[in-house]
Design a protein around this ligand. Structure first.
Ligand code: ZN
Length: 151
């Protein structure tokens, strides 16, 4: 059974969460770095997204400008659920069903998020000497070696 989890998440809370994680310094104009307070609402989308227009340089931007989701019209709650599902290692079929996507689309978004994660991965060694192998390969898409079992 698939729960209607997408419908149960609050759109505003999800938007605030996306902004916090996608724009840790706050949503700003991508051209002149003016804060959102120095922009006006330019356009509202059917699905609830808002485009802002910077007072200083007239550039339009939104919550997803400069992110992996730029150009998409995803509702923030769907972005939250996609990120959650990928972090949990949900199969693409489950992601697709929860987010009302085709299986190919779910798989494609999953790969994009994972590839983006690799790009942003630190080159430094892990600080913990006791890091478990599972932590290192979680969601990496790599297959684990067969477990040795005694006969
Ligand atoms: Zn600007």
């Amino acid at each position: 059974m698939i729960f209607p989890i997408t419908d149960l998440l609050d759109e505003q809370d999800s938007g605030a969460w996306v902004e916090k994680y996608f724009h840790p310094q706050g949503l700003r104009c991508p051209r002149c770095a003016a804060p959102r307070e120095q922009a006006r609402e330019f356009r509202r989308h059917k699905r609830g997204g808002v485009d802002y227009r910077c007072y200083t340089c007239q550039r339009t931007y939104n919550l997803y400008t400069g992110t992996l989701f730029a150009g998409s019209n995803w509702e923030p709650r769907r972005v939250v659920l996609l990120g959650r599902g990928v972090c949990k290692g949900e199969p693409a079929t489950v992601l697709a069903e929860e987010l009302a996507l085709s299986r190919q689309c779910g798989s494609r978004w999953r790969k994009r998020l994972q590839a983006n994660g690799y790009v942003m991965l630190s080159a430094k060694a892990l600080p913990d000497r006791d890091t478990e192998t599972d932590e290192m390969f979680q969601n990496a898409g790599e297959k684990r070696r067969e477990t040795c079992r005694s006969a």
